[in-house]
Design a protein around this ligand. Structure first.
Ligand code: GLV
Length: 328
């Protein structure tokens, strides 16, 4: 019997490709060429499955051109690159890669918070530029993290990881807002208090965004929300580009309407709003929150496991539209 054909849309660990090759006829993009949507669609034609990453858009247009496609396994927890409704309508299973990246991503959220509040990269650039000639009492004075109020918008697994680090490690007062409130036992574990969005914006010394992107969360933080924040506050976005209005944020940073920001994700990335590149009070990283080798390997393994289970007639581990399986 011939093996199912799959496309691996981006370069991944060679050991993952080798494992996939035991089960599938694999076409892979190990040279990591940047494919347009049209190029991705061309490669997907005739494939039974796809191993995708967060930048590979799968929507109704792609699906219409690739009627043989049965599953797309995303090597990311976020899946706003998938049009889930269109996939469900086309009978295509979507899977993501949750859990395996939670702690690594929460670590990074905290690293970005600390770097931003304590002006780590700004001061390093100053030193590297040879500008450090003497110590002074207020040089690169930042904001305290210990004992401060940590606001978290989006209290899923990663948000909870950040809350625990803040509350237990740094004695922070943690407040959060989410679509639904956590169970009381989880609130106790995270030492977190549920508040309305407006209170969150007004009370947080450090506000971390960890909510998923959807059209409903587009520009959740724009000029009006930034205006509600304390002028001393920091804003951290490790969620998705588009949740923050980057132009409004750059203007707020320039005018010191908030103190600083740390951004790992951007609207239209890998492009970055040019004004963000010129303001000093922002720490910018290229979407690396889950980037440790063990975690990236675990994410890739989970995506591969989903493909192998699906084509082996077993239950995929992390389906997003499991209803599709019922009608198969
Ligand atoms: C990374 O952004 C992910 O969604 O896994």
């Amino acid at each position: 019997m011939s093996k199912p054909k799959i496309l691996v849309a981006r370069a991944v660990f060679p050991e993952i490709i080798a494992r996939l090759e035991q089960h599938f006829e694999v076409e892979s993009n190990q040279s990591d060429e940047t494919w347009s949507k049209a190029q991705l669609t061309e490669r997907l034609k005739g494939k039974d499955g796809a191993f995708t990453t967060g930048g590979d858009r799968i929507d109704g247009e792609v699906l219409a051109a690739c009627p043989g496609l049965k599953i797309c396994a995303n090597m990311a927890v976020g899946y706003n690159n998938f049009d889930i409704d269109a996939m469900t309508a086309a009978g295509v299973l979507a899977t993501n890669a949750p859990d395996v990246l939670t702690e690594t991503t929460a670590d990074f959220g905290f690293a970005l918070l600390m770097a931003t509040a304590r002006r780590v990269t700004e001061s390093e650039h100053y030193l590297r530029a040879g500008k450090w000639s003497k110590w002074s009492y207020d040089m690169f004075a930042g904001s305290d993290i210990h004992g401060a109020t940590l606001g978290i918008l989006g209290m899923g697994r990663i948000g909870q990881g950040i809350a625990k680090r803040g509350a237990h490690g740094f004695g922070m007062k943690v407040i959060y807002h989410n679509r639904s409130r956590l169970d009381a036992s989880l609130e106790v574990e995270c030492k977190a208090r549920y508040v309305g969005k407006e209170e969150l914006l007004k009370a947080a010394d450090h506000l971390v965004l960890v909510l998923p992107y959807s059209p409903a969360s587009h520009h959740t933080i724009g000029a009006a929300e930034l205006a509600m924040m304390k002028p001393t506050a920091t804003l951290i976005n490790i969620a998705r580009g588009g949740i923050v209005d980057d132009a409004a944020l750059a203007a707020a940073l320039k005018d010191k309407r908030i103190s600083a920001a740390g951004l790992d994700v951007f609207e239209g990335e890998p492009k970055v709003h040019p004004d963000l590149l010129t303001v000093p009070n922002v720490v910018l990283t290229p979407h690396i929150a889950s980037a440790t080798i063990p975690t990236r390997l675990a994410m890739a393994s989970l995506a591969a496991d989903n493909l192998i289970a699906f084509f082996g007639g077993k239950q995929p581990l992390t389906p997003l539209n499991p209803g599709v399986l019922a009608i198969k």
